[in-house]
Design a protein around this ligand. Structure first.
Ligand SMILES: *[C@@H]1O[C@H](CO)[C@@H](O)[C@H](O)[C@H]1NC(C)=O
Ligand SMILES: *[C@@H]1O[C@H](CO)[C@@H](O)[C@H](O)[C@H]1NC(C)=O
Length: 204
């Protein structure tokens, strides 16, 4: 596994650009743990949540955070026992240009670490070159996810991170189809970074 990270801190301009948030008022259920963490296992089916053996963090299904897309598991031949359970399933978005996750119950004005994880794992059985698509936080461009950058091997996990001051208690993370294949996402995690409001907050 190659696990590479790219980080980008967004400009304060972000405060002005919250229009995208108005459209979708879907709220996630029971999404915050005691430290204000949000751990979403995209495409998780059959149970609503579980505790990660190693980190003891609770991961929840993404069903309450988005109303589009299709859940998948990675193919059996790409299963690796040592890999985080978070990447065994994913949600793919074959329809529509822009598909979003709505994350609620955030503390407006607080700085958060956003982390998105991707593993193709031949989930569609097509054994094809992994997709490339754009990621947004609200209306702000976050980055291009180009799975080729993490290797043509479908077995590679990609993780991208951004640190952002959220302007509202509701934020959307959106995958935008740019014609490079069907966007998908395996995991989405948020960590509040300001210690004073969450004394035990840590980034594991
Ligand atoms: C993925 O695997 C889990 C556990 O075996 C199963 O409960 C779930 O239904 C599967 N999801 C899909 C989309 O097939
Ligand atoms: C993705 O990366 C590959 C390898 O660097 C490159 O050939 C391709 O043009 C990139 N695609 C996009 C849409 O940026």
């Amino acid at each position: 596994m190659r696990n590479q990270c790219a980080s980008r801190t967004m400009a304060p301009r972000w405060w002005l650009l919250i229009l995208c948030l108005a459209g979708n008022e879907l709220h996630g259920r029971a999404q915050l743990d005691s430290r204000g963490f949000i751990n979403i296992d995209c495409g998780l089916q059959g149970e609503e949540s579980y505790v990660n053996d190693e980190t003891k963090l609770v991961y929840v299904s993404d069903a309450g955070f988005t109303n589009s897309g299709t859940p998948y598991n990675i193919s059996a031949e790409n299963y690796r026992p040592w890999r985080s359970r978070n990447v065994r399933s994913l949600r793919s978005f074959p329809d529509g240009v822009r598909n979003c996750y709505t994350l609620g119950s955030l503390v407006s004005g607080l700085k958060y670490l956003f982390r998105a994880t991707f593993l193709y794992g031949n989930y569609d059985g097509l054994n094809k070159r992994p997709a490339t698509f754009d990621l947004y936080i609200g209306v702000n461009f976050w980055m291009v996810v180009n799975m080729s950058w993490w290797g043509l091997d479908q077995d590679n996990t990609a993780t991208v991170e951004a640190i952002i001051v959220v302007p509202r208690d509701l934020v959307q993370v959106c995958l935008v189809n740019t014609g490079g294949g069907t966007p998908f996402i395996s995991g989405l995690e948020l960590r509040p970074l300001k210690m004073s409001l969450y004394p035990q907050a840590m980034v594991p």
